[in-house]
Design a protein around this ligand. Structure first.
Ligand SMILES: Nc1ncnc2c1ncn2[C@@H]1O[C@H](COP(=O)(O)OP(=O)(O)O)[C@@H](O)[C@H]1O
Ligand SMILES: [Mg+2]
Length: 1108
C-alpha cells in the first residue's frame, strides 16, 4: 500500500511560507532560521523553492532521495529541490509544457549548485541507453569547462560564476534528452586585468599554470610561477579546498568528452597564455619633439613571445599599441597614444580577447551538444544568473545585473499572477483583484527607449563632443528627476538636496528589492567597451586561426564605420530575448539565500538573511501567493486527510469526494467565507483555517491512536496471556514428567544401594559361616592328621620295637644257633670249610675280572693293538687267549662287511703283498694306494675311442708307461692296456696300437728290489711276439701292473702262472741282443728321481736314490 503523506506531516516550522501565520518579516525569518537549524534548507512559497546554502554536504542528495522524490506530488513530501525538478520534468514529459527553472540569489547563495542538482536529478530520472547517456554526459561535462573559464574566487564565493548562464535542455516526446543550447550573459571581463583584494582571476589561469605538464608550459612559453604575471593577483592565488592541478585535468577531460579536438584545446590554451603575456607588456613615456608624450614598450620580450604564440607580426602589434587611427568617411587620422592610453589599449585587448574566447567556447560547446534531430522537442531551461547586487560601490556592472533581476522579478510576478488567475478560472472561482507591487515602472525607468537610463547612456556615448560620466549624470538629473524611483542629489526634486548619504557623483534607484546607490564613474567607458580598431586589425592579421575568428571586425575588407553596439544595448537586447523566451515557458523558481558571509555551516546571520529576503522580494512573493486563497488541495487528498474529523465521513465515504468535503466542512462549522469549492480543489482563504483543520486532525489522530493503541494493547495482552497459559501447561506437563522421572530414578538408585548393602551383608555372613566351616574342617583334618600321625608313629615305634626285638631275637637266636652249630659242627668245619672259601673267593675274583674286561674291551678296528693288561698272574693264559679270540671275532666282523668288489681289491692287495712284501723297497709305499686299474678312463674318454674299440676284451688296466729306449735309456710314453688275454702298447698321442702281446706269450716279469718303477716283460722264446723282443718299461703303478698281470695269469685256467723275478740285475732280450739292466743305489744330483743310462751296448744302468 502506498503511504499517503503530506507536506504538512512532521513540519519543522512551516514547510510552506504561505501558511505562515501571522505573516511578518520576523516570523518569516524565524521560520527560515528554525528550519535551517534543523537542516531543513528548503522551504516553499507555494511552488517556489527557497534554498538556504548549508555550506556543508548534507545526506539529502543521494540516489535514494532521488528515488524517493521520483513521481511524487509536489506537496507530498517535505520541501526539496528534487520535488521542484520532478514536477518540472513530469509536466514537461506528460503535459508537453516547456519548462524553465529560474535560479536567483546573490553570489555564493548556491545558485550554481542548485542548477547542477536540478540537472543531475533530471539526468537520473530521464531515459537510459547508450546514446542518451552520452548526451547526458556531454551536457553535464559542459559545466566544468564553463566554470574553469567563467568562474573565479571572490570574497563571497570560492567558485563564483562571473557570467550569467541560461541552458536549454531539449527532450524528445518520451522525455529522453536530445541535447542542449547554452546562452551566456555579460562575462565580468574586467576581472581579467584587475581583481579586487582577496579575489582571483578566472580559475583557468591558475589551473593552467599548476596543472599543465612541463612540456605544455614550454610550448606555451609559460612559467609555473604565478608571481611572474601581472594579471594574476597573488594574495589569494591558492584557495583552500581547491586543487587547481586536479581541476585542470578534469577540465581537459571534460573538454574531450564534450568533443573538443586536440588542436582546439591547444589553441584555447595558447590564447589563455597570450592574455597572461599581454599583461606583462609595460610601457614607458617618451617625449616627442612636438612636446607630446608618446609611449614605448619597455621590454619587448613578452611582446615577442606573445606574437610568436599567436602568429602576429611583432611590428604590427607594436604599432597598434602606439597609434590610434580614426577613420572618418574618407580620411584616416593617426594619433599617438600616451602611456595611459597604451595601458588602456592593452587591457581592452586582454578583456576582449578573453571574453570573446569565452563566447567562442560557449558556441563551440553548443555545436557539440545541440540536438541532432530536427523534430520538435520539448525544452527545459535552467537559468543560473547573478542575483541582485548591492555593494558599497556599485558601478555599471551592478546596474546591468540589477536591471536583469528587475526583469526577472517582473516575469515572476506576471507569471505567478497569470498562473494564479488561470487556476481560478480553471477551477471556476471568482477572481478578485489582488493588490501587489508591480515593478514594471522600475524596468521602464531603465529600459525605456526614449528616456530610459540605458537609452540616455547610449545617447551620451554616441554624442560628439566631450562626453564624461558627469555629463551623463547631468542628463539623468534632467530627464529622470521626476521618476518616483530615481533619486539624485542634483535632480530637480529638491527632497534629496540635503541627503548626505547620496554623493554628488551618484544616483540611486529604488529597486523592488531595495535602494541601490550607483557611482557614475566608468559608466561611459564601460558602455562603450572600446577596442581600438588598430588592435582588432592587428589581431585579424594573426596566422592563429582562432584569433582571426574572434576578431572579424578587424577584416579591412569589411570596415564598418558605424560604431559597434554598446554594452548596455547588447545586454538589453539579450535580456529582452531571454525574457521572451522565458515567457513562453512554465516557470519554476528557486530562490537561493546565503545564511552568512563566512562561507561557514550552521551560522545564520539575521541581518544578512533579512536583507536577502527583502531584495529577493520573498515577502512580496508570499503576499502575491496569498492574495486570493492561501491553500488549495484536491478533494480526494483533502477528504483522505480530514475524514476522521466527521462521523459521517469516517472511516469510509462512499460518495464523490467533493460531497464528502462539503459534508466535512459543514460538520466542522468552518465559516463559509473561509473557503470556496473549485472544480477539483477546495480553496482555503486563510492559513488559520488550515491550521484549525490540522489541529483538529492532530487531536483526532491522537484519539484514534489511543483507540487503536487500546485495542491493540488489549489484543496483544490477551494473545500474550493465552500464549503464556498454553505455554504454562506445556511447561508444567514437562516439568512434572521430569520431576517424577527424577524421583523414580532416585528411589531406584536408593533401592539398588539398600539392596546391595543387604546382599553384601548376607554374602559376608555366608562367607563368614563358610570360612568358619572350612576352618573347622581344616582343624578337624589337622587334628585327625596329627592324631593319625601320632597313631602311626606309635605303631611304627611299636613295629620297630617289635622288629628290633625280632632281629635281636634272631641275632641272639643265630648267635645261639651258631654257637650251637659251631659247637656241634666244629669237627666237620675244620675238614671242608677251607676249600669252600677258596672256591668262593676264586669265583668272586673271576666274576669281577670278566665284568671288568667287558667294560674295557678295545675298539673294533682290526689294526688296533691295544688290550688291557692282565690283573692277576694266574689269568695270563686266559687273558692272551681272550685277546686272540676277540681279534679273530672283530676281523670276522670286519670281513663280513665286505662286498665282492672290495674283496677282489683286497685279494689283489693280498696278492701284491705275497709277491712283493719284503722283496721290493717300493712295496710299502704302494700299500695305501688303492688299485684303480683304468687310470685313463679309456671307455669314457672320447680321445681313446678308437683304441678302445680296437681292443675287444674288457680293459683291466690302462695307464701311461715309459718304454725305455735301449739306445739311450730314455723313456717314450706309451699307453699300456691289460686285458684278460693280452697286453697292448699304444701311442699316447694317436692311440695307435704299437704292440699287442697275448698273455700266453709272456714268460716272466723282472723287477728290481729297489724303489724304482722299472719292469721288463719277457716273451717266450719261439712265440709269435718274441720277434719284437722283450719290453723294458717303467711305471708309477708298478706294483699294481705286476700284481694284475700275475693275477690274470693265475685266473686263466689254460695258462701257467707268470713268474715274477725280483733281482737287481736281469737280462732283457732286445730283438737280437741281450742287454743287462743293472740297478745301483746312488746319491743323485737331481733330487730323488730315478735315471737310466746306457753304459755300453750290453749294459743299462739304473740309478736309484739311496733309501734310508
Ligand atoms: N546544496 C548545497 N550543499 C552544500 N554546499 C552548497 C550547496 N549549495 C552551495 N553550497 C556551497 O556554497 C558554495 C557556493 O555555491 P554556488 O552555487 O557556487 O553559489 P552561486 O552560484 O550562487 O554564486 C559552493 O561552492 C558550495 O560550497
Ligand atoms: Mg554561481
Amino acid at each position: 500500500m502506498e503511504v499517503k503523506t503530506s507536506l504538512l506531516d512532521n513540519m519543522i516550522g512551516v514547510g510552506d511560507m504561505v501558511l505562515l501565520e501571522p505573516l511578518s518579516e520576523d516570523s518569516f525569518l524565524d521560520n527560515l532560521r528554525d528550519r535551517f537549524d534543523h537542516n531543513e534548507i528548503y522551504t516553499y512559497i507555494g511552488s517556489v523553492v527557497i534554498s538556504m546554502n548549508p555550506y556543508r554536504s548534507l545526506p539529502i542528495f543521494t540516489p535514494d532521495k532521488v528515488e524517493e522524490y521520483r513521481n511524487r506530488n509536489f506537496y507530498e513530501l517535505s520541501p526539496h529541490i528534487y520535488a521542484l525538478a520532478d514536477e518540472a520534468y513530469r509536466s514537461l514529459r506528460d503535459q508537453d509544457k516547456d519548462q524553465c527553472i529560474l535560479i536567483t540569489g546573490e553570489s555564493g547563495a548556491g545558485k550554481t549548485e542548485a542548477s547542477k542538482l536540478v540537472m543531475s536529478y533530471v539526468a537520473a530520472v530521464c531515459g537510459k541507453g547508450q546514446e542518451v547517456n552520452k548526451v547526458k554526459e556531454q551536457l553535464l561535462q559542459s559545466n566544468p569547462v564553463l566554470e574553469a573559464f567563467g568562474n573565479a574566487k571572490t570574497v563571497r564565493n570560492d567558485n563564483s560564476s562571473r557570467f550569467g548562464k541560461y541552458m536549454d535542455i531539449e527532450f524528445d516526446f518520451k522525455g529522453d534528452p536530445l541535447g542542449g543550447v547554452i546562452s551566456n550573459y555579460l562575462l565580468e571581463k574586467s576581472r581579467v586585468v584587475k581583481q579586487p583584494r582577496g579575489e582571483r582571476n578566472f580559475h583557468i589561469f591558475y589551473q593552467l599554470l599548476s596543472g599543465a605538464s612541463e612540456d605544455t608550459l614550454k610550448k606555451l612559453k609559460l612559467d609555473r610561477d604565478f608571481s611572474k604575471y601581472n594579471y594574476l593577483s597573488l594574495d589569494s592565488a591558492a584557495v583552500n579546498g581547491l586543487d587547481d592541478a586536479a581541476n585542470f585535468r578534469t577540465v581537459r577531460n571534460a573538454m574531450q568528452i564534450v568533443g573538443f579536438m586536440e588542436d582546439e584545446v591547444q589553441s584555447v590554451l595558447e590564447l589563455v597564455a597570450a592574455v597572461l603575456k599581454l599583461g606583462n607588456i609595460e610601457f614607458k613615456p617618451e617625449s616627442r619633439c612636438n612636446g607630446t608624450d608618446e609611449s614605448r614598450i619597455k621590454d619587448k620580450n613578452d611582446l615577442k613571445e606573445m606574437c610568436e604564440l599567436l602568429g602576429i607580426e611583432q611590428s604590427v602589434l607594436e604599432r597598434a599599441f602606439s597609434y590610434r587611427t580614426v577613420e572618418a568617411k574618407l580620411e584616416k587620422v593617426s594619433t599617438t597614444l600616451n602611456v595611459a592610453q597604451a595601458y588602456y589599449a592593452r587591457d581592452a585587448l586582454a578583456k576582449n580577447l578573453y571574453s570573446r574566447l569565452f563566447s567562442w567556447l560557449v558556441t563551440r560547446i553548443n555545436e557539440s551538444i545541440k540536438a541532432q534531430t530536427k523534430t520538435r522537442h520539448k525544452v527545459m531551461g535552467v537559468l543560473d544568473i547573478y542575483g541582485f547586487e548591492i555593494f558599497e560601490d556599485n558601478s555599471f556592472e551592478q546596474f546591468i545585473i540589477n536591471y536583469c533581476n528587475e526583469k526577472l522579478q517582473q516575469i515572476f510576478i506576471e507569471l505567478t499572477l497569470r498562473e494564479e488567475q488561470e487556476e481560478y478560472v480553471r477551477e471556476g472561482i471568482e477572481w478578485t483583484n489582488i493588490e501587489y507591487f508591480n515593478n514594471a515602472i522600475i524596468c521602464d525607468l531603465i529600459e525605456n527607449h526614449q528616456n530610459g537610463i540605458l537609452a540616455m547612456l547610449d545617447e551620451e556615448c554616441l554624442r560628439p563632443g566631450t562626453v564624461t560620466d558627469e555629463t551623463f549624470l547631468d542628463k539623468l538629473n534632467t530627464i529622470c528627476a521626476e521618476h518616483q524611483h530615481f533619486e539624485s542629489r542634483l535632480s530637480k526634486n529638491s527632497k534629496f538636496l540635503t541627503d548626505h548619504s547620496l554623493p554628488h557623483s551618484c544616483f540611486r534607484i529604488q529597486h523592488y528589492a531595495g535602494k541601490v546607490l550607483y557611482r557614475t564613474e566608468g559608466f561611459v567607458d564601460k558602455n562603450n567597451d572600446l577596442l581600438y580598431r588598430d588592435l582588432s586589425q592587428a589581431m585579424y592579421k594573426a596566422t592563429h586561426s582562432l584569433i582571426k575568428q574572434l576578431f572579424p571586425e578587424g577584416n579591412p575588407a569589411k570596415v564598418n564605420l558605424k560604431r559597434p553596439p554598446t554594452a548596455g544595448f547588447q545586454f538589453k537586447a539579450s535580456v529582452g530575448t531571454l525574457m521572451k523566451n522565458l515567457q513562453t515557458k512554465n516557470p519554476n523558481y528557486i530562490r537561493c539565500v546565503k545564511p552568512n558571509d563566512k562561507k561557514a555551516p550552521h551560522i545564520f546571520t539575521d541581518s544578512l538573511v533579512r536583507h536577502q529576503v527583502r531584495y529577493l522580494g520573498l515577502m512580496e512573493n508570499v503576499r502575491v501567493r496569498r492574495a486570493g486563497y492561501a491553500f488549495r488541495q484536491a478533494y480526494e487528498p483533502c477528504l483522505e486527510r480530514y475524514k476522521m474529523l466527521c462521523k459521517r465521513t469516517w472511516p469510509h465515504w462512499r460518495g464523490p469526494a467533493r460531497e464528502g468535503v462539503e459534508v466535512l466542512m459543514a460538520d466542522l462549522q468552518v465559516p463559509v467565507e473561509e473557503y470556496s469549492y473549485g472544480r477539483s480543489k477546495i480553496f482555503i482563504r486563510n492559513p488559520r483555517t488550515l491550521f484549525f483543520l490540522e489541529e483538529r486532525r492532530k487531536q483526532c489522530l491522537e484519539e484514534l491512536a489511543t483507540l487503536i493503541q487500546k485495542i491493540y494493547r488489549g489484543w496483544k495482552c490477551r494473545s500474550h496471556f493465552l500464549l503464556l497459559k498454553e505455554s504454562q501447561i506445556v511447561v508444567a506437563a514437562w516439568y512434572r514428567r521430569y520431576a517424577q522421572q527424577k524421583k523414580y530414578k532416585q528411589i531406584k538408585s536408593a533401592t539398588t544401594v539398600v539392596q546391595s548393602y543387604a546382599r553384601g551383608w548376607q554374602a559376608r555372613k555366608l562367607l563368614r559361616e563358610l570360612k568358619y566351616q572350612k576352618r573347622c574342617e581344616e582343624a578337624v583334618t589337622t587334628i585327625a592328621a596329627f592324631w593319625h600321625g601320632t597313631q602311626a608313629r606309635r605303631e611304627l615305634r611299636r613295629l620297630k620295637e617289635e622288629a628290633r626285638r625280632k632281629h635281636a631275637v634272631a641275632v641272639i637266636w643265630a648267635y645261639w644257633k651258631g654257637l650251637k652249630v659251631r659247637r656241634e659242627y666244629r669237627k666237620f668245619f675244620r675238614a671242608n670249610a677251607g676249600k669252600k672259601i677258596y672256591n668262593f673267593t676264586i669265583q668272586r675274583i673271576m666274576q669281577k675280572y670278566f665284568l671288568g674286561l667287558k667294560s674295557s674291551t678295545p675298539s673294533m678296528s682290526p689294526i688296533d693293538r691295544k688290550w688291557p693288561s692282565r690283573p692277576y698272574l694266574f689269568l695270563d693264559g686266559a687273558h692272551t687267549e681272550l685277546r686272540r679270540i676277540f681279534h679273530l671275532w672283530r676281523c670276522k666282523k670286519y670281513r663280513s662287511q665286505f662286498t665282492e668288489e672290495k674283496k677282489a681289491v683286497y685279494e689283489e692287495k693280498l696278492e701284491a703283498s705275497e709277491i712283493f712284501k719284503d722283496k721290493k723297497t717300493l712295496y710299502p709305499s704302494s700299500v695305501s694306494q688303492p688299485f684303480k686299474g683304468d687310470y685313463l678312463e679309456i671307455s669314457k674318454n672320447p680321445k681313446y675311442q678308437k683304441l678302445h674299440s680296437a681292443v675287444d676284451e674288457k680293459v683291466l688296466l690302462a695307464d701311461v708307461v715309459n718304454k725305455i729306449n735301449r739306445a739311450n735309456g730314455k723313456g717314450t710314453p706309451r699307453i699300456f692296456l691289460l686285458t684278460k688275454k693280452s697286453v697292448v702298447l699304444a701311442d699316447q698321442k694317436t692311440g695307435q696300437v704299437k704292440a699287442s702281446v697275448p698273455l700266453p706269450d709272456l714268460s716272466s716279469v723282472s723287477v728290481s728290489t729297489q724303489s724304482d718303477g722299472f719292469f721288463a716283460l719277457k716273451l717266450k722264446e719261439g712265440s709269435a711276439s718274441a720277434t719284437k723282443g722283450d719290453f723294458l718299461l717303467s711305471s708309477e703303478h708298478l706294483i699294481e701292473i705286476i700284481t694284475k698281470l700275475h693275477r690274470t695269469g693265475a685266473t686263466a685256467a689254460d695258462q701257467e702262472q707268470l713268474s715274477v723275478d725280483i733281482s737287481d740285475e736281469f737280462l732283457v732280450q732286445f730283438k737280437q741282443d741281450k742287454v743287462c739292466v743293472k740297478f745301483i743305489q746312488a746319491a743323485l744330483k737331481n733330487g730323488n728321481s730315478v735315471s737310466c743310462k746306457r753304459k755300453n751296448n750290453r749294459l743299462l744302468e739304473v740309478s736309484v736314490p739311496i733309501t734310508a
